[in-house]
Structure formats: structure tokens, C-alpha cells
Ligand binder design. Structure first.
Ligand SMILES: C[S@@+](CC[C@H](N)C(=O)[O-])C[C@H]1O[C@@H](n2cnc3c(N)ncnc32)[C@H](O)[C@@H]1O
Length: 277
């Protein structure tokens, strides 16, 4: 459905101002063909703020620092799934079975799901790791971060529409999901023992200063680098590497690659890299 044109056009000048702002602060590249998308995503915000048009919105954005949080919530693409790109989960499971804990010389696996969206990625990891490790003397913890506060609020709630349940393996559905007793509410919630393994916080991948307490053995940063240009990708990867332990594994999205980037990484499987130094 085409949104009604209540606030006039988004001029090229205003679009440039917004796209430059987003690039400078969040690294996301918005090509001119995204103008209509930006226009429709910001329309409701202009209504809520009771502004007249997009130019007024641009002024508001420049003069109100907190508006950037509201804006980026509307602009980012948050598509995600449970067990998305499932081969990564199999690869990690196999690495653990082959003695990954001996390699990292620790009995606690530290995982970071960077750009976690609404939580499906970290909860998929938590279900799998809980299942593999529950009868072992090993443990794990997951930090999950995103730039968007609204996706993190959904992630913390951990309540999802029943339509997504098919993405989760049957044995995990039985063990780790709570289904709503109210039949009119077709929803499920992630069980508390899984939720308790994941800690969510806001983090911008462009920030060199990373407010996470420790380094990680596993970092998932998938399907986000595609929104950045090469220079920003390199910066983000270096930021992630500063938090990855030696011999730790970095998982990127299947369409993302580090070809021709001179990094202390060895490719170990499609879009999976091991830190070496
Ligand atoms: C397409 S989702 C990917 C979610 C998940 N990793 C997956 O593969 O299913 C991309 C996420 O990146 C987040 N994002 C975009 N730019 C970011 C930035 N500069 N810092 C942190 N997160 C960012 C968005 O808010 C969004 O939730």
C-alpha cells in the first residue's frame, strides 16, 4: 500500500542530510534508491512529533541528539530467523564435539551475538549450547547487542508469534519453549533457563570502545556488514577482532566475505574465520 503523502516530498537535500547522518553515525549506506523507503519509514515519526514536513524533521534531528535513537530504530532492517544459516550452528556444534574447550583452555565458552536484532540468533545459540553442554562440566554465556533499542526490547521479552515455531527443531520446541495457554494468542516464549544465558545491551559496531566485560571465544556478526561500505566493514571487523580471543571463531553472514582484507584470520569454513596471531 502506498503511504498517503501527508508531509510532502523528501527533497534530495533532506535525503542527503539524513543519509549522511546515518552513514557518519552508524556506518549504514543508504543509496538514492532508498529515498522512498526512508520517506515512508519516517512518516509516522513526523506525525508523532507533530512536525509539518521532512525539512522540519531534519532540523529536529540535528538539534535533538536523542532523536537519532528513534530514527535508527525506524531505518534499520531487522530481518532475522531462528537457526538462520543453520550450517553455522552445525559447524559450531561439531567444533565443540571435537574439543573446542581444550583449544580455548577454559571451561566456559563466551559468545557474542553482535547485531542480534530481535533475539532469534542468540536464543538459537543458547538452546543449542544448553542442549549440548547441560550434562557436561562446561558452561557458556552469551552477550547480545544491537544498535536499535526497540529490537532489544523485543529480544528481552522473548515472546514470538507461533508462525515462527517451524524454524526451531522439534526436540528444542519440547524442551525450551513455553506455549501460550490462551489459544487466541498464538505465541510462544523462550524458557527461563535459556533466557538467563543471554544478556542484551545496546552497542554500535562502529564504536571502538566496547563496553563488554571480557573477550569472546565465538563472535556471530551476521547479515549486517552488507549494509556497510568496505572501509566501514574493515573498521567493524577490527573492532570485533579486538574482542576475539586467539583461536576464537568469527561467523559472518553467508553473503559476506573478508576477501583481500589483511587480517589475522584464517578461513575455516564458508564465512567462518579463526583468529590467528
Ligand atoms: C538484518 S539484521 C541481522 C540479525 C542477525 N544477526 C541475523 O543474521 O539474523 C541486522 C541488524 O544490524 C543492526 N545494526 C545495523 N547497524 C548497526 C550498527 N552500526 N551497530 C550495531 N547494530 C547495527 C540492525 O539494527 C539489525 O538489527
Amino acid at each position: 500500500m502506498i503511504a498517503k503523502d501527508l508531509y510532502g516530498d523528501l527533497s534530495d537535500k533532506d535525503f542527503k542530510m539524513i543519509s549522511d547522518y546515518i552513514y557518519d553515525n552508524y556506518g549504514i549506506l543508504l543509496y538514492p534508491k532508498k529515498k522512498l523507503l526512508v520517506k515512508s519509514r519516517l512518516q509516522n515519526r513526523i506525525k508523532v512529533l507533530q512536525l509539518k514536513n521532512y525539512s522540519e524533521y531534519c532540523n529536529y534531528l540535528i538539534n535533538n541528539k536523542k532523536e537519532s535513537i528513534e530514527m535508527i530504530d525506524r531505518i534499520t532492517t531487522n530481518k532475522t530467523d531462528f537457526f538462520r544459516e543453520v550450517k553455522h550452528f552445525y559447524f559450531l556444534r561439531d567444533e565443540i564435539k571435537k574439543g573446542f574447550f581444550d583449544k580455548i583452555k577454559s571451561d566456559k565458552l563466551k559468545v557474542w551475538s553482535a547485531a542480534c536484532s530481535t533475539g532469534q540468533e542468540p536464543y538459537s545459540l543458547a538452546m543449542m549450547l544448553f542442549d549440548i553442554l547441560k550434562s557436561e562440566h562446561y558452561d557458556f554465556s552469551i552477550n547480545a547487542t544491537d544498535i536499535s533499542k526497540s529490537v532489544l526490547e523485543k529480544a528481552v521479552l522473548a515472546i514470538y508469534p507461533m508462525a515462527l515455531i517451524n524454524q526451531i527443531p522439534d526436540n528444542y520446541i519440547k524442551k525450551y519453549l513455553l506455549k501460550s495457554k490462551n489459544n487466541s494468542e498464538a505465541k510462544f516464549r523462550i524458557a527461563p533457563e535459556i533466557r538467563s544465558k543471554v544478556e542484551f545491551s545496546v552497542h554500535n559496531l562502529l564504536d571502538e570502545k566496547i563496553n563488554l566485560k571480557h573477550k569472546f571465544d565465538i563472535i556471530f556478526c551476521r547479515n549486517t556488514l552488507i549494509y556497510f561500505d568496505r572501509e566501514t566493514q574493515l573498521k567493524v571487523i577490527n573492532n570485533l577482532l579486538s574482542k576475539l580471543n586467539n583461536k576464537g571463531l568469527l561467523f559472518l553472514g553467508h553473503s559476506e566475505s573478508l576477501i583481500n582484507m589483511d587480517l589475522e584470520l584464517e578461513s575455516v569454513s564458508p564465512s567462518v574465520y579463526k583468529k590467528i596471531n
